[in-house]
Design a protein around this ligand. Structure first.
Ligand code: SF4
Length: 448
């Protein structure tokens, strides 16, 4: 191909925050190469990269359907725009996909994403023999809040989960890389750094010499301190809650007093079948301990219903636990059998209608707990980090932001009804109302 202008690339990201970070990294590599432009409008792009998720069969189907729809649309409009499929679907299914999806020009599994520039050159048949320009830090900044992946892969092999087969064995990113990335993001205007991984609590245990998450949080907090920013950590498995970590969250002002512990279930029998540890009593003790140690802590968890062998009694144990534990935020799933996982082969798979019934019951309970927790903020004043503007149903725009007890993309936002502020600014907001998980408020003071 002879090019008069840089070919343009459009990214589509499916799945979780970890995928967003991966897309961001590929985008930074593409931008730094100075060989392509990023195109925000998919209809105008010369090449589309779909970064896929394959955590659940549903997510795989979504990724494949989107790819086929896009391919069909391009064919109908006679647009030659190759599609590259990146991320978790190619990692999970490998070369099996090639005969199945001739619409895709190239597959880039997670561990090959650093080669994205070469892949795009090949797909677009561009000859380039120079050295590829690399970014100093492979990140682009799109908002006042940024996710930082501190590890990848997982060694836990929960029996329902395909992640260890998709993302591979657990490894911690080096502290140097994480701290350089944090410093870069803060220099570029980021105010909230969100540390993520499949299993953040064991960060550093595989490094030589070993380090730990509490140390890392304190180091990242020093960087955030320069801009009066926040640090948050997500996906802490219960075993990762060391006293050092609890005290670090409590005593480090920049660290959000927010803990996300995905428990999945509380019945000891179900947890054993899940290849996980713990029971309802231990988890309640942990929660009481967290609440006693960290005043005003906000807690989030994930529950899964309908795991193979879940009896009515197991389910009722989960219900009673949820009512007693009163997490502020919940993510709820019903079990879905994932090809290649151990749980797929377990006897006593729960029927779909029972799973749905249980999911609905848990949703009602958890929503009522969550909405009551959100309503408790009415009348209080908090620092709010402004994320930007959002178009409301009436067509008008409102400033939106988040309190430190609201993680991005999951816990609702604060809609600011009175006052002005810009993205990245932290302002004091008095909460005047709540609707489900959404909060509404007025700015009472700019610049915290
Ligand atoms: S901890 Fe369990 S659920 Fe989470 S990624 Fe690892 S194997 Fe999957």
């Amino acid at each position: 191909m002879r090019i008069e202008r840089h070919p343009s690339i459009h990214f589509i990201t499916l799945g979780c925050a970890k995928n967003e970070v991966d897309t961001n990294r590929m985008r930074a590599l593409i931008e730094a190469s100075e060989l392509f432009d990023i195109e925000e409008d998919v209809t105008k792009a010369d090449l589309v990269i779909i970064n896929t998720c394959s955590f659940l069969t549903e997510a795989v189907n979504e990724g494949i359907e989107l790819t086929l729809e896009l391919a069909q649309e391009k064919a109908e409009n006679q647009i030659n725009c190759p599609i590259v499929m990146a991320g978790c679907i190619p990692s999970r299914y490998g070369s099996e996909l090639i005969p199945e999806l001739p619409e895709v020009a190239a597959f880039v599994p997670v561990d090959k994403e650093d080669t994205i520039v070469q892949v795009c050159l090949e797909v677009l048949q561009i000859e380039y023999s120079g050295n590829l320009k690399q970014p100093k830090v492979a990140r682009t900044v799109e908002a006042a809040c940024a996710y930082i992946k501190i590890s990848d892969g997982c060694d836990r092999f929960c029996s329902f989960c395909a992640i260890p087969y998709i993302r591979g064995r657990y490894y911690s990113r080096s502290p140097r890389e994480i701290l350089d990335e944090s410093a870069y993001l803060v220099d570029q205007g980021v105010k909230e750094l969100v540390l993520i991984g499949q299993d953040t609590g064991i960060w550093g245990s595989d490094l030589e010499p070993p380090l730990n998450l509490a140390w890392l949080l304190r180091e990242v907090a020093k960087i955030a301190r320069k801009v009066n920013g926040w640090v948050r950590v997500l996906y802490l498995q219960p075993e990762g809650m060391t006293q050092d970590l609890i005290e670090t969250i409590r005593d480090t002002p920049e660290v959000c007093k927010y803990i996300d512990i995905p428990l999945q279930h509380v019945s000891e029998e179900i947890l054993k079948r899940m290849n996980r540890r713990g029971n309802a009593r231990e988890f309640l003790e942990l929660i009481q301990h967290l609440r006693a140690e960290i005043p005003n802590i906000t807690l989030r968890t994930t529950y899964m219903v309908g795991f193979p062998g879940e009896t009515e009694e197991d389910f009722e144990e989960l219900v009673s636990f949820a009512e007693e534990a009163q997490f502020d935020y919940h993510a709820l799933f019903s079990y879905s059998p994932e090809e290649g996982t151990e749980a797929c082969e377990l006897p006593n798979q729960v029927e779909e209608d029972i799973k749905l019934e249980r999911l609905q019951k848990m949703t009602d309970i958890c929503d009522s707990l969550g909405h009551a927790s959100a309503a408790q903020h009415i009348g209080k004043t908090y620092p709010v980090l402004v994320d930007g503007l959002e178009e409301e149903e009436d067509g008008l725009t409102t400033i939106i932001g988040r309190c430190s007890f609201q993680a991005p993309d999951s816990d609702g936002v604060v809609h600011i009804e009175q006052g002005s502020a810009v993205s990245g600014e932290t302002v004091y907001v008095t909460i005047t109302d709540s609707a489900c998980y959404e909060l509404f408020g007025d700015i009472v003071q700019r610049e915290v």
